[in-house]
Design a protein around this ligand. Structure first.
Ligand code: NAD
Ligand code: ZN
Length: 355
């Protein structure tokens, strides 16, 4: 079976296009009682962007905190706050921020129409009812969360996305001006998420012409941004993230992401930096990619934390291995159908112990 995948319905791109958000939302405000929920990364609470959010007087702005990456309990709490706010559902949910804030918006828009806890839906195609109309506005580029069909959540048992066609944004607003002030290290880590998406997609067994076309374009843009530092680098990085996301949508990520999920679940390491920490030890699987990544790190003067998992208690290490091993499609993409013979528990442990 070929994947019949759902894409974002509407995309607006360009410097300053955030100013069009008011017009875009106007079409969804069906009557005088309609309201829109804005879930905005609290890093912007006192910023110029806060003043530009086109909120009307019935709208609800929630400043979300992403010091920890999204958890199912936080999604459930936000959903309840919105239900308490009004006796009707919102006309739209708008997520403004990096991958974390966008994922929160996706998850909340799903949980407003589906019963129970978000933890019940971690997995593939468990969501039954369409979400509230939802809009994604990245302020940090690299995760590809703006185009993906998942919202990545840490739950009580596992770190796993709510993967469904309903998760996909109805609208995205890609305004490169919004990523201008991201701190250098963060820009690098999240940018490398895209770079690693491409390396894993382009070197995977699931590769096909669709994924290759997007992956090659995205990796070229990453090189321009992180090795050449030419003009328009924010515009390019934003499109690299988009294309990288499209590439993995029709293939899969690989070894680095599987190991990084384990690291993140047990140690709380954030996605971008976690991928960088892991990728630096993957010469055996992605030799050219790792070499090029090291040149980018050098150019950006990045030094990664070391000895994170080395010396960790046995039960925590075991949990890391468990979380990584659940991600079967990632391993199969990276290593082929016989991956279980190659990537044993001991091998994964040994890799973690070097980090
Ligand atoms: P993030 O959203 O976690 O943000 C990282 C930091 O940057 C935060 O402190 C945030 O406040 C800050 N920040 C964001 N925009 C800023 C700006 N313009 N200026 C200054 N600071 C800014 O980082 P991320 O790397 O974009 O996202 C990581 C999250 O995305 C993880 O939770 C990960 O699981 C998820 N993710 C999701 C997908 C998906 O397809 N849904 C894919 C990859 C990763
Ligand atoms: Zn990623």
């Amino acid at each position: 079976m070929f994947r019949n995948f759902k894409m974002v319905s509407r995309v607006v791109f360009g410097r300053g296009c955030f100013n069009q958000l008011d017009d875009i939302l106007a079409e969804k405000r069906s009557n005088y009682n309609s309201f829109v929920v804005f879930l905005v990364d609290d890093v912007f609470e006192k910023s110029g962007l806060a003043l530009k959010i086109p909120a009307k007087n019935k709208d609800f702005i929630i400043w979300v905190n992403v010091d920890d990456e999204p958890k199912t309990a936080y999604v459930d709490d936000l959903t309840q706050r919105i239900k308490n706010y009004a006796d009707r559902l919102p006309a739209g949910v708008v997520g403004i921020g990096g991958g974390s804030a966008m994922d929160l918006a996706k998850a909340v828009s799903l949980m407003l129409t589906n019963p129970g806890s978000s933890a019940d839906y971690q997995g593939w195609d468990l969501i039954k009812k369409p979400a509230i109309y939802h809009v994604g506005i990245p302020t940090l580029s690299g995760t590809g969360a703006e185009v993906s069909r998942t919202t990545v959540l840490s739950g009580p048992e596992k770190k796993l996305g709510i993967n469904s066609d309903h998760t996909v944004f109805d609208q995205i607003v890609l305004d490169p001006e919004l990523i201008a002030d991201v701190p250098g290290d963060q820009r690098f880590y999240t940018g490398m998420d895209t770079y690693i998406h491409c390396v894993e997609s382009l070197n995977g067994t699931y590769l096909n012409a669709f994924s290759k076309a997007y992956g090659e374009k995205s990796i070229d843009l990453c090189r321009e941004v992180f090795l050449d530092s030419g003009s328009d680098s924010d515009d390019k990085l934003m499109m690299a993230s988009y294309c990288g996301g499209m590439s993995i949508a029709y293939s899969q990520v690989g070894v680095c992401h599987a190991l990084s999920y384990g690291l993140s679940f047990v140690l709380g390491t954030h996605h971008g930096i976690g991928n960088c920490i892991v990728f630096d030890y993957l010469d055996e699987y992605y030799p050219e990619g790792v070499n090029e990544f090291r040149r980018m790190m050098e150019k950006y003067n990045i030094s990664l934390p070391r000895n994170l998992a080395a010396g960790l208690e046995e039960d925590k290490l075991d949990k890391m291995v468990d979380v990584a091993l659940v991600l079967e499609p990632l391993w199969e993409n990276a290593l082929g159908a016989g991956w279980k013979e190659i990537m044993t528990r001991d091998k994964i442990k040994e890799l973690y112990q070097r980090m």
